[in-house]
Design a protein around this ligand. Structure first.
Ligand code: BG6
Length: 490
């Protein structure tokens, strides 16, 4: 069992962010830490040490925060006095990661009695050197924690190599592998929906469930990230982590508790039960797409190949749809349709549970072969809808589909912490449940890697789709083949 190191949480915290002057830090981590500070969720004596390559003074770094990070803080939460108090928590240390001397300077800056949280928001090929140098400078002890930002590898071997090199310095219960989807309120609520409500229990399996759809649709394009994205593609960027984690939460057996390992053991079983795909399966059950020019919300947008720094012949996929199967008793023969893409019609992440058709209808008028549908909207809407049949008012018995609709934003009006804020607080408090374990990460890669290889072997280009649609027509065909349809087409 993984134990929570609660005694360590009384120590003052030094949060040490490698890549402190980078994009992720500016847009996500620093605003999240500000919100945690504003709501008194950081331990009293917290200090934040930003690490970067630039030869900046502390004041230069604070100016960077004002310019690059403050704009990402929710305007309503921006209080000048609180922001100044927040800035007072910071130090900046310039580090050349190959220099042992620079790490010694870090050791002089960090308090000897502090619980050190190292956040590695850098390219993963720097992780080994950083960890080696941290150990050599005496900065790692049994209370230290390390947070690893994705991408955690580009295939199974590289993920194993990262795990091995970080594992040489930190025990597994000191390692927090971030998948920010696990920090989202609505994703955590999925566990409550499934395991806090008895009514779904008996129905949550074959043959009562006919299929499951998981969609994470984005309207944004590749933006300024082409250098990274073109080497990565949607399968690695989104499916290997976020979508498979969602699939795990939908499909896992009830864990014995919410202890980190109890939950992660069950997720691991799901990942290990994913049916491996042969090249023939890949040709039939996966669709790769790449966005072409089109319009989003009435505004014209460029195609992927016209974006800055994208190679002319790029085959990077910006869209994936696929049909997965879980080889176990609960899910035998229930297809899981996964879909994600950039430059799609609208930003929408949702899970759709299609229940089995009515076995027989005694009511002659109304839809035949009707199956109830549970739609769980994760973002931007936060709602749970159950589609069912009701009698249309009037004479005669005529049935029409209607929705039972739980709007979670209306039901709970409290502030929602952003995913990064929640996860950073979890790290500080030593709560590992919403982070990926080593074997989970590797099992996800073990399933995804053959798809990447299969695509190489098939050697075809991703299908072009117009920006502002829901992807290539082949994605609809993937479901239509089985008389099914994506939620927006049903
Ligand atoms: C990141 C991906 O992990 O998730 C990005 O690298 C993607 O490409 C982002 O845009 C989506 O996150 P969210 O929270 O906006 O749904």
């Amino acid at each position: 069992m993984t134990t929570q190191t609660s005694s360590a949480s009384e120590k003052p915290v030094d949060m040490i962010i490698f890549g402190g002057g980078g994009d992720l830090s500016a847009r996500k981590l620093l605003p999240a830490l500000y919100m945690a500070h504003l709501h008194c969720n950081l331990p009293a004596e917290t200090r934040i040490i930003a690490i970067g390559r630039k030869d900046w003074s502390r004041d230069d770094f604070l100016a960077f925060m004002d310019q690059q990070s403050k704009p990402f803080v929710d305007k309503k939460a921006l209080d000048p006095e609180a922001w100044d108090k927040f800035l007072a928590l910071f130090d900046y240390v310039r580090i050349n990661i190959d220099s042992a001397d620079d790490f010694r300077r870090l050791a002089e800056t960090s308090r000897p009695n502090a619980l050190r949280v190292f956040y590695l928001a850098t390219a993963p090929d720097l992780f080994t050197t950083i960890c080696d140098n941290l150990t050599n400078a005496g900065l790692v002890d049994e209370h230290s924690r390390v947070v690893l930002e994705k991408p955690l590898g580009h295939d199974l071997a590289s993920a194993q190599a990262i795990n091995a090199s970080v594992g040489a310095h930190f025990k597994e219960q000191q390692i927090y592998r971030i998948d920010h989807y696990l920090g989202k309120e609505t994703v955590q609520n999925l566990m409550v929906l499934r395991f806090g409500n008895a009514i779904f229990g008996p129905l949550w399996q074959a043959p009562y469930i006919k299929s499951v759809q998981i969609t994470v649709a984005e309207t944004v394009g590749v933006g300024s990230r082409a250098g990274f994205y073109d080497q990565t593609g949607a399968l690695r960027d989104m499916v290997q982590n976020h979508l498979l984690q969602l699939l795990c939460i939908v499909a896992m057996e009830p864990p014995v508790s919410l202890d980190p390992d109890a939950v992660r053991d069950e997720k691991l079983k799901v990942l290990r039960s994913l049916r491996p795909m042969s090249v023939a399966d890949i040709a039939r059950d996966t669709v790769r797409g790449q966005y072409a020019a089109g319009a989003i919300g009435g505004e014209p947008v460029k195609g992927y190949l016209e974006e800055a720094n994208v190679p002319a012949e790029s085959r990077a996929e910006t869209f994936v749809a696929l049909r997965a199967h879980i080889n176990n008793w609960r899910w035998a023969n229930v297809p899981f349709f996964l879909r994600t893409g950039k430059r799609l019609q609208k930003r929408q992440s949702e899970i759709v549970i299609d229940f089995a058709d009515l076995p027989f209808s005694i009511i002659p008028s109304g839809p035949r072969n009707y199956g109830n549908r549970l739609i769980i909207q994760l973002q931007p809407e936060e709602s749970i809808q159950l589609q069912m049949l009701a009698k249309e008012p009037g004479s005669g018995m005529h049935m029409l589909p209607v929705n039972l609709n739980l709007d979670l934003q209306q039901a709970f009006t409290e502030r929602r912490a952003e995913a990064y804020e929640r996860l950073l607080i979890d790290v500080i408090r030593g709560r590992l449940t919403h982070f990926m374990r080593r074997d989970e990460l590797e099992a996800a890669w073990a399933w995804v890697e053959p798809i990447l290889n299969g695509w190489k072997e098939l050697n075809d280009r991703p299908r072009s789709y117009t920006s502002g649609t829901f992807g290539p027509a082949a994605s609809s065909a993937l479901m239509a083949r089985e008389n099914m349809a994506w939620a927006e087409e049903a």
